[in-house]
Ligand binder design. Structure first.
Ligand SMILES: *Cc1c(COP(=O)(O)O)cnc(C)c1O
Length: 364
């Protein structure tokens, strides 16, 4: 048995006709940017999230960056981000000219630890960017309370958490604004790069749209030096084809996660902890193991694909040398980088594959 870390084939085979019809619709219309597919997707995705506004953009990084820009965050400002996340979260802050201030996660949930946020707040702090990592919502009650106390904005990074809930409420609806990625491997993925910003704030929504469209509020009138980051018609059409299946496919991920959590019984392995009222969507199923690299090698030899999220924490990346954070300064992020191993998690993983993965891990 050979099980890749991720495969889109089961989903794509199932949605083959819908995806091809989406392509045909756009190609027949021969209209590729700023059209009916984009408009429709924005409406449907806003409804799905439970927010008033959605703006389709080019990718998840742009979504976060445009959200920060719309909040007027830039030069001289600081933004709190988790020390364990994909680098895009920090890069979005850097791109607007602000400084990412890294806060350690909770080792159990992998998400930002709210009790460590306050000590990092300075006069320069303008926002908190919680990341609902691996598909599990952050502790939004605590984060919103801190934001309120210090008058900070909250930009949710929902790139890994389409449809995830915290106490029954969908992520992306707690803060001022949220960014989504539709990178192909995300729970809702396009057939290329795509992203979206969601918000209930009309003024922010308008600013995001203008910033992402050359700073233009009206054709050939430019009120900001904006950039070009729009959701194109083809990707919007593909996303429209896939969105109606997201809940079902997330449910399937939950079923797989439950089987893993119940079945993995190796004392050397820690399965991911999640809060009951969090309803994670399992973008990633990350186990922890002191002998992570040996476990990875062993699983790969048994033809089970794996991945690490993330092998080098942000503060130890070459590009962030200027943050001047030495090795050992963020021990939890470093521990996760050394011990986390992601095992296969995707729609279409079948029971015999799941059982084989569980049995193989238990024999390690
Ligand atoms: C994927 C991802 C992004 C960036 O999304 P892209 O569409 O790849 O630009 C941002 N934040 C997190 C947490 C992600 O996983």
């Amino acid at each position: 048995m050979k099980i890749p870390f991720v495969s889109f084939h089961p989903m794509e085979n199932e949605l083959n006709d819908e995806i091809r019809a989406a392509f045909d619709r756009v190609f027949t219309r021969s209209w590729y940017i700023e059209g009916i597919e984009d408009k429709t997707f924005e409406k449907v995705f806003a409804e799905y999230c439970g927010v008033k506004y959605c703006i389709g953009v080019g990718n998840g990084l742009d979504a976060l960056m445009l959200a920060l820009k719309a909040l007027d965050i830039g030069e001289g400002d600081e933004v709190i981000v988790p020390s364990n996340t994909y680098i895009a979260t920090a890069l979005a802050v850097t791109y607007v000219g602000a400084v990412p201030v890294l806060v350690e996660p909770d080792i159990e949930t992998f998400n930002i630890n709210p009790s460590l946020i306050e000590e990092k707040i300075t006069e320069k702090t303008k926002a908190i960017m919680p990341v609902h990592l691996y598909g599990q919502a952050c502790n939004m009650d605590s984060i919103m309370e801190i934001a309120k106390k210090y008058g900070l904005k909250v930009v949710e990074d929902c790139a890994q958490a389409h449809g995830a809930k915290y106490k029954g409420q969908k992520v992306g609806t707690f803060g001022d604004v949220a960014g989504f990625s539709f990178y192909p491997g995300k729970n809702l993925g396009a057939l290329g790069d795509a992203g979206a910003v969601v918000t209930n704030n009309k003024e922010l929504a308008e600013k995001v749209r203008i910033f992402g469209n050359y700073g233009s509020d009206f054709k050939y009138h430019h009120i900001y030096k904006g950039n070009n980051s729009r959701l194109d018609e083809l990707q919007a059409a593909f996303l429209l084809a896939k969105l109606p299946h997201l809940e079902r496919m997330n449910a399937e991920r939950r079923r797989i996660a439950k089987k893993y959590t119940e079945g993995i019984k190796n004392p050397k392995v820690i399965t991911p902890y999640f809060l009951e009222d969090c309803d994670p969507v399992w973008h990633i199923y990350g186990i922890r193991c002191d002998e992570r690299d040996a476990l990875e090698k062993y699983l790969n030899e048994k033809c089970i694909g794996t991945n690490k999220h993330y092998p080098i924490p942000i503060h130890l990346q070459k590009c962030y040398k200027d943050l001047n954070i030495p090795i050992g300064a963020l021990p939890i992020a470093e521990e996760i980088s050394e011990k986390e191993l992601s095992i296969p998690m995707y729609y279409g993983l079948n029971d015999s594959e799941i059982n084989y993965i569980i049995e193989t891990i238990n024999k390690f």
